[in-house]
Write a protein that binds this ligand. Structure first.
Ligand SMILES: Nc1nc2c(c(=O)[nH]1)N[C@H]1C(S)=C(S)[C@@H](COP(=O)(O)O)O[C@H]1N2
Ligand SMILES: [Mo]
Length: 170
């Protein structure tokens, strides 16, 4: 075989291996987030934390009621329990005055961008783990958890990222 073909094949093989590796990594993180309630935090593309449920419990806990509005079904009053997203980011020494946005990414690939001012608000962006007294179940079990983003001041729910897996802070 000539050298050019060998080199081309070598490069292709390399690309396949890299993609397979990235894919595996992704799958593993989806499993960890869904089955072991982990959240991954990235700051400027670097992994800065892998959060466990125990870490969440070290933060101030908040319980509150929100009316979830919908154009297609009746409004629903729900009680949620969880933490403020900004408390979680602060715990890992992320300086919220310096950030532009946080992209929330879920295990099903759904992503929602939050602005700095939404995050900084004292009573708006929460990460919850209980709804009406019950732990949020993972997607496989018909739930919206183990974690879900609740944006209290945006009551239509499209931006309430269910199955929260990852936060990209920029
Ligand atoms: N992870 C994730 N979160 C999501 C969605 C989704 O597809 N995946 N859909 C959004 C939309 S469009 C709505 S209306 C609410 C409720 O979606 P549901 O009615 O499918 O539960 O969740 C929001 N959060
Ligand atoms: Mo929706």
């Amino acid at each position: 075989m000539n050298k050019k073909i060998l080199i081309t094949l070598g490069i292709l093989l390399g690309v396949i291996v890299v993609f397979a590796y990235l894919n595996l990594n992704d799958r593993e993180e989806r499993v960890l987030s869904q089955e072991e309630a982990k959240i991954f935090i990235n700051f400027e593309d670097e992994r800065v934390a892998t959060v466990n449920f125990d870490d969440m419990l070290e933060l101030a806990q908040h319980e509150f009621e929100v009316t979830l509005r919908s154009s297609s079904s009746p409004n629903k009053d729900n009680t949620y329990k969880g933490i403020l997203m900004k408390d979680l980011l602060s715990k890992y020494d992320i300086n919220l005055d310096d950030i532009n946005q946080v992209i929330t990414r879920a295990a099903d690939g759904y992503t929602v961008a939050l602005t700095q001012s939404e995050i900084l608000d004292k009573d708006n962006v929460y990460i919850v783990y209980k709804e009406n007294g019950e732990y949020l179940a993972p997607r496989e079990d018909g739930g919206s958890g183990p974690y879900q983003v609740v944006i209290k001041q945006d009551q239509f729910g499209q931006r309430w990222n269910k199955f929260l897996m990852e936060l990209d802070v920029n």
